[in-house]
Design a binder for this molecule. Structure first.
Ligand code: NAI
Ligand SMILES: NCC(=O)COP(=O)(O)O
Length: 319
C-alpha cells in the first residue's frame, strides 16, 4: 500500500499526562481528516474507541471511534501522578509504534509526550527524550530536533544537557552534521537552497572576542567554509536580535546552540501551533511541542492544537 494511504501510528506517551486527552480530542475534532491509531491502554482514552488488531483496520474504524491497538498497562490512570508500573508499557508503546512504522505498516509516527523522569524512575529509561531513543531504535548516530510553526523553524544543536556542558558539547564536527541534516531535510521538503541562520553561543555573538571566543575561534570559520560550498548560511548572529518579525524574514531555519535559545522563541510565538519533528531518521516522526502538563491533566483544559498540527505535519511529510 502506498505510504500516503497508511495510517499514522501514535504512541500514547505518559498516561498520567495530557497525552490520552489530546489524542482523544484530536480524533473528535479532526473528523477523519487524518487516519491514525493509538498504541496504548484503551481504558486511558476518552470518548468512543474502536479496538483494532492491526493498523490496516484503522481507516475503517475511524468513523466509529478512535482506533486503538490496546495494550494492558496495569493500574488505572491517575491524571497528574505518574505510576512506575506504567513506565515499561509506555516505552514498549513507542517501540511498537517504531517497529510498525519501520515495517511499512504505518505511514509515520506521532508521539504523545513522555515524562522523562517518570520513565527513568519507573523503568531506568536511559534516554533524555524521544529524539535520542528513536535514533537508538532506528540505528542511526545523528538526528536533529527541529521545531516548526508557520512563522519559524528552529533547531537546537545541543538538546537535553545541562547548560554548563554546552560549550564543550558543541564541536565543529557535530554542528556541521546538524547543519547538513537540517539542510537536506528542508531541501527534501521543497526548499531548493534553505536559508540558514546560525546563532552565536555568547552574548552579542561574542562581540569580537570581548564576550567569549567560540565565534571567532571556530564558528565563523565553519560558516565561511559552508558558504564556500554553496550553502546559504549566515552567522554567527547575536541570538537576542534574530527572532523579531523582520529578522525572521531573512531565513528558513534558525540553528541555535542550546535548547532554550531555540525553544523559547518558538514557544513564545506559537505554543499552540508548534510541532517537534525529528530529522535524520529513516521514517517521519512528529510530536506536539509541549510536554505532559501534569498540572492540568484530567481537568479538561488541555489544548489539542499542537498535537493536531503534529498529525497534519506527519501526514504531509509522509506523502
Ligand atoms: N515530546 C515530549 O515527549 C516532551 C516531553 N516533555 C516533558 O514533559 C514534562 C513536563 O514538562 P514541562 O516543562 O512542565 O512542560 P509542559 O509543556 O508539560 O507544560 C508547561 C506549561 O504549559 C501548559 N501546557 C502544556 N501543554 C498544554 C496544552 N496542550 N494545553 C494547555 N496547556 C498546556 C502546562 O499546563 C504548563 O503550565 C517533562 O518531563 C518534560 O521533559 C516536554 C516537552 C516535550
Ligand atoms: N523540549 C523538547 C522536548 O523535550 C522533546 O523531546 P523529545 O521527547 O521529542 O526528544
Amino acid at each position: 500500500m502506498p505510504r500516503a494511504d497508511l495510517p499514522i501510528a501514535v504512541s500514547i506517551g505518559e498516561p498520567a499526562g495530557i497525552g490520552p486527552e489530546i489524542v482523544s480530542q484530536a480524533w473528535e475534532r479532526m473528523s477523519g481528516e487524518v487516519d491514525f491509531f493509538v498504541i496504548g491502554d484503551a481504558s486511558h482514552l476518552n470518548g468512543p474507541v474502536v479496538r483494532i488488531s492491526h493498523p490496516a483496520e484503522a481507516a475503517g474504524a475511524m468513523p466509529r471511534g478512535l482506533p486503538v491497538l490496546s495494550r494492558e498497562f496495569g493500574p488505572a490512570r491517575m491524571p497528574g501522578t505518574a505510576q512506575p508500573e506504567h513506565a515499561t508499557h509506555t516505552i514498549r508503546a513507542i517501540e511498537e509504534a517504531v517497529a510498525l512504522t519501520m515495517r511499512g505498516e504505518a505511514a509515520a509516527l506521532t508521539t504523545a509526550p513522555i515524562h522523562k523522569k517518570a520513565l527513568k524512575d519507573g523503568a531506568g529509561f536511559a534516554y533524555p527524550g524521544h529524539t535520542e531513543f528513536l535514533a537508538h531504535l532506528a540505528g542511526v548516530d545523528d538526528v536533529v530536533m527541529m521545531l516548526a510553526c508557520p512563522e519559524l523553524r528552529v533547531v537546537p544543536a545541543t538538546i537535553h544537557i545541562p547548560l554548563a556542558d554546552v560549550p564543550t558539547a558543541l564541536t565543529r564536527k557535530g554542528l556541521t552534521q546538524t547543519i547538513r541534516i537540517t539542510w537536506e531535510a528542508l531541501r527534501d521538503q521543497g526548499l531548493a537552497n534553505p536559508r540558514i541562520a546560525l546563532a552565536g553561543l555568547n552574548p552579542h555573538a561574542g562581540e569580537g572576542g570581548a564576550m567569549g571566543r567560540e565565534e571567532l575561534d571556530w564558528i565563523a570559520p565553519l560558516v565561511a567554509d559552508l558558504r564556500a560550498e554553496g550553502l546559504a548560511i549566515k552567522g554567527p548572529l547575536p541570538a537576542d536580535t534574530m527572532f523579531h518579525t523582520k529578522a525572521r524574514e531573512g531565513y528558513d531555519v534558525a540553528i541555535c546552540m542550546y535548547h532554550d535559545q531555540a525553544l523559547i522563541p518558538i514557544k513564545t510565538i506559537d505554543f499552540a501551533g508548534g510541532v517537534n519533528v525529528t530529522l535524520g531518521l529513516p521514517f517521519v516522526r512528529t510530536s506536539p511541542d509541549h510536554g505532559t502538563a501534569f498540572d492540568i491533566a484530567g481537568t479538561g483544559r488541555a489544548d489539542p492544537t499542537s498535537f493536531i498540527a503534529a498529525l497534519r505535519m506527519a501526514r504531509e511529510m509522509s506523502r
